[in-house]
Structures are given as structure tokens and as C-alpha cells.
Design a protein. Structure first.
Length: 312
């Protein structure tokens, strides 16, 4: 049960939050590096095999129960939609666009999830503030896409793939909310990995099927190991830990922070270009996300300003 917001926050929470920001900021660059010399399907398959193996070892050592009832399997299946669809498309997109652009477009997940939740969960339609946020964010996305398309190199393929990835990731997150089951976060992660890893193997057989180990570079292998251990398991534990102790609105700050860090890391470590149009588009996207997350709390934006009391 989440603790009261007035309770003292454990000293490890800030560390976990910072760790989460670092991991999610470096994950897009890890995806780009891991698929430089390894086929995308093999890169993501190896990542999942590492995470699955370690996850099972931890579960066995800690004796965490791994449920296999119908509700648990439903949860794993819905989570698999985001894991397989989102990751496969992200890995393919990494061959066409930079890590900063991947992170920026993935930041739109809360807005897309909100739209899908209206249809699937029957949540209320967007308020005027959130409609404005939606418009600002997608104008920014349009600027980013226009800037990336101007670089050539089939960037439009990468943009289309990452938009498909974030859509599947958002759909998965909404569908998971329809399942009423309580499962340990690590068990949920391992259950999802167990269901999704065979699908990653199938994707490798269909799209590649070769094993040219002699062409694999050390940088790609190190990136795969990092993503398997840190980007998959540690990130999940950090996420669920901070979610237990912080407000959901505070946790969503990660979607605002990580794209900026990911763009800087991509420029510094991978030579990715940052143009004026990209900065403008990124600013609009992040402004839209900020407005979406926090706009309704501003009384002057939401029209909830206090009315003066009339004296009798």
C-alpha cells in the first residue's frame, strides 16, 4: 500500500529517482549502440534473455511467487504487447533516427495513454487545458518530424516506427489497468519476459535468422549487457519503488527530464546533431507534456480561481 504523502520519504527514494532518470536517459542510446553491429532482433532477444535469466535467479533466491492463474496470464499478455511491439519497433527505428529523437517521441506516452484510456477505460474526455496541451505537444512533434525528415537517410521510416512503438506501449499500459490482480513487480516483470522472449526469438528467425558473431563489436555487446541488467531489471525495480513512495505526478516528471538528457547524451557521445528546429520542437513537446501533467493544477489555466465571498 502506498504510504501517505505526509509520511517521511525513505532516504533511498531520491537515489532511486535519480537512478531511474539516468537509466531511462541512457536507454535510447543503448538501443542505438546495441544494434550498430548486431541485428535489431538479435540485440533485443539477447537483452531479454539476460533479463529473464537474472530475473528467474532472483525470484528463486528470494522465493517470490510467480502466479500463473488466468488473471496473471492476462496481465502478462497485455504487458507483452508493449514489451514486444514497443521494443521491436524501437530497435528497428534506432537504425534511422537518433537516440534523442527516440526519447523525445516516447515522452508522448502519457498523452497517448490518456486518449486510449477514454476509449478503453471510459475515462472523461480531455479538459480544455489538456486539449491545449495535446495541441502544443503535437505541433512540437510536427516540428521535430519536419527537422528529422530534412536530414534524409529515410528518417521518416524511423519516425513512423517509433510512433508505432509508443502507441503500442501506451495501449499496453492502459490494458494492464483493466486487470485486477496484485502481483509482485519482479514477478510481473519475469512473467512478461517469459511470455515475450519466445516472440522475440520468432522475430529474429523471421527478420534475420543468422548468427554472424564475428561481426559483432564490443560496444554493441556491452550495450546489450547494460540494457539486459540495468535497463530492464534495475529500471523496473527503481520505477515500482519510487511509485510506492512518491505521488504519480512526481514520478511522471521522468518523462519531462529524460528526453533532454537523452538528447544531450546523443550529441556528446554519439555525434547526433541538435538543430535549432529540433530544439524548438523539443521545447514545444516538453511544454505540452508539462501542461498536460500539471496544467489543471494552475487555477488561472483551469478556470478554478476562487470566487470572492460575498458579504451578507
Amino acid at each position: 500500500m502506498p504510504k501517505s504523502q505526509d509520511a517521511q520519504i525513505p532516504t533511498m527514494v531520491p537515489f532511486a529517482f535519480i537512478l531511474g532518470v539516468i537509466i531511462w536517459s541512457t536507454t535510447p542510446l543503448g538501443i542505438v549502440w546495441s544494434s550498430e553491429s548486431v541485428h535489431p532482433t538479435m540485440a533485443v532477444l539477447l537483452r531479454m534473455l539476460i533479463a529473464l535469466t537474472l530475473g528467474f535467479v532472483i525470484i528463486l533466491c528470494t522465493r517470490i511467487r510467480l502466479p500463473m492463474n488466468s488473471q496473471a496470464l492476462k496481465l502478462y499478455a497485455f504487458s507483452t504487447i508493449g514489451m514486444v511491439g514497443g521494443m521491436l519497433l524501437s530497435y528497428f527505428a534506432a537504425r534511422y533516427i537518433g537516440s534523442g529523437t527516440i526519447s523525445l517521441i516516447f515522452g508522448l506516452a502519457p498523452i497517448i495513454s490518456g486518449l486510449l484510456a477514454q476509449k478503453i477505460l471510459g475515462e472523461p474526455a480531455f479538459s480544455k487545458v489538456r486539449l491545449l496541451a495535446f495541441a502544443v505537444a503535437f505541433i512540437g512533434l510536427g516540428v521535430v518530424c519536419f527537422d528529422r525528415l530534412g536530414t534524409g537517410d529515410n528518417a521518416w521510416v524511423g519516425i513512423g516506427l517509433i510512433l508505432g512503438a509508443v502507441s503500442l506501449f501506451s495501449l499496453s499500459a492502459v490494458l494492464v489497468k483493466t486487470v485486477n490482480v496484485s502481483i509482485h513487480p519482479l514477478a510481473s516483470t519475469v512473467g512478461t519476459l517469459s511470455m515475450s522472449t519466445p516472440l522475440f526469438a520468432l522475430a529474429w528467425v523471421v527478420f534475420d535468422g543468422t548468427l554472424p558473431v564475428e561481426t559483432w563489436q564490443a560496444k554493441s555487446l556491452y550495450a546489450i549487457i547494460y540494457l539486459g541488467i540495468i535497463g530492464s531489471l534495475v529500471a523496473s525495480v527503481a520505477y515500482f519503488y519510487i511509485l510506492q513512495h512518491l505521488r504519480a505526478s512526481t514520478v511522471t516528471l521522468v518523462t519531462l527530464i529524460t528526453p533532454a538528457f537523452a538528447m544531450m547524451l546523443g550529441a556528446l557521445l554519439n555525434g547526433e546533431s541538435i538543430t535549432a528546429n529540433l530544439l524548438i520542437g523539443a521545447g514545444l513537446v516538453l511544454s505540452g507534456l508539462s501542461l498536460y501533467q500539471f496544467g489543471e493544477k494552475c487555477r488561472w489555466l483551469s478556470g478554478k480561481a476562487k470566487q470572492p465571498h460575498l458579504e451578507s
